[in-house]
Design a binder for this molecule. Structure first.
Ligand code: MLT
Length: 273
C-alpha cells in the first residue's frame, strides 16, 4: 500500500513515495479483563499492512489511570472509546474488535453508535448477561481486589485464561499474561467488575447489528464456552464463526497465526468492497 505521487505540498517537482496508515482499515482493538493493550501487540505487527490499529487501555488498566467514577459501566467504557476515535479524527466507521470484556464494550458500542462500526470482531466473548450467581461472584472478586489486592485475583484467574495445554507447556506466555494482569490497578479491576456485572443482555440486539461480523473463539476456552459463540453467530445477520483448535480464552496469544489469518480474511473484504 505504498504511494508515489507529486503531492500538492511538494513543490520541488519530484514524486515522493510514502506510506500513510490512514488508508488502511481502522481497527479499534479493545482488550479483556484485567489486561491492557499489549495483548494485541502480535496483531498490530502481523496486520500492520492492512489495519490502522487503535488500541486503548481502558480506565485503570495498563497505562490509563483509574478514575473516581463508580461504578464503571459498559456505556462509560464505550464512550471512552468513541471519544478516543473523535480525538484521532476517526469520525468515519471503524472495525471494532473486542476480546471477552472488550467484546462486551464492542457490543455496547454497536448499541450506542452503530454508524461508527463498519465491522465487528468478537473474540472469546458472549452476548448473554451475567447470571445471579455470576453477579455475586463479581462482587466477591471486587471485595478481594479491594481488600487483598490484585494478585489474589490474578492467581485464581490465570490458569483459566488459557487452554490447559498452553498453561502447562508455555510458561513464558503464562508469565507474560500474569505480569500484564498484575499491572491492573485495584480501582480498575473493581470498576471493570461492576461494569461486567451490570452489562445488559445483548442477545436481543444481535439481529439489529447488520454489519459484517467475525466471531472467533478458542475450542478450549475455560471461561466462556464455544457454545456462546455459536449462539451469537446464529443471531447475527451477517456473521461467520471461526473456532480455533488448541486455544483457550487468550486465543490471539495462544494461536496468533490462526487468529491473524481469520482477521486478515475478514479485513480483506473491506478492501474488495
Ligand atoms: C475477560 O476475559 O475479559 C473476562 O474474563 C470476561 C468475564 O469475566 O466475563
Amino acid at each position: 500500500m505504498a504511494h508515489r505521487e507529486n503531492h500538492p505540498g511538494n513543490d520541488a517537482g519530484f514524486i515522493m513515495a510514502y506510506e500513510d496508515s490512514a488508508d488502511r482499515v481502522p481497527v479499534l482493538w479493545i482488550h479483556g479483563f484485567p489486561l491492557n493493550n499489549t495483548m494485541w501487540d502480535f496483531q498490530i505487527a502481523g496486520l500492520a499492512h492492512m489495519a490502522r490499529s487503535i488500541t486503548p487501555d481502558l480506565r485503570g488498566h495498563g497505562a490509563t489511570e483509574p478514575t473516581a467514577t463508580t461504578p464503571y459501566t459498559m456505556g462509560l467504557l464505550a464512550d471512552d472509546c468513541l471519544r478516543l476515535l473523535d480525538h484521532l479524527d476517526c469520525s468515519g466507521p471503524v472495525v471494532v474488535a473486542g476480546l471477552s470484556m472488550g467484546g462486551y464494550v464492542a457490543l455496547e458500542l454497536c448499541r450506542r453508535a452503530p454508524e461508527r462500526v463498519m465491522g465487528l470482531i468478537l473474540a472469546a466473548t458472549k452476548a448473554t448477561p451475567d447470571s445471579e450467581a455470576g453477579k455475586a461472584a463479581r462482587d466477591e472478586s471486587a471485595r478481594v481486589a479491594a481488600t487483598e489486592g490484585v494478585a489474589a485475583i490474578v492467581e485464581g484467574l490465570l490458569p483459566k485464561m488459557f487452554a490447559p495445554r498452553t498453561y502447562e507447556q508455555d510458561p513464558e506466555l503464562v508469565s507474560f499474561l500474569r505480569d500484564m494482569m498484575l499491572g491492573t490497578t485495584p480501582e480498575g479491576m473493581v470498576g471493570a467488575l461492576a461494569a461486567m456485572r451490570d452489562r445488559p443482555d445483548s442477545t436481543l440486539d444481535l439481529p439489529s447489528f447488520t454489519m459484517p461480523a467475525l466471531v472467533i473463539h478458542g475450542e478450549d476456552d475455560q471461561l466462556i464456552p464455544p457454545a456462546e459463540a455459536e449462539a451469537t453467530v446464529a443471531a447475527l445477520p451477517s456473521a461467520e464463526l471461526v473456532l480455533v483448535p488448541d486455544a483457550g480464552h487468550m486465543l490471539n496469544l495462544e494461536q496468533p497465526e490462526r487468529f491473524d489469518e481469520a482477521v486478515r480474511a475478514f479485513l480483506d473484504a473491506f478492501y474488495e468492497a
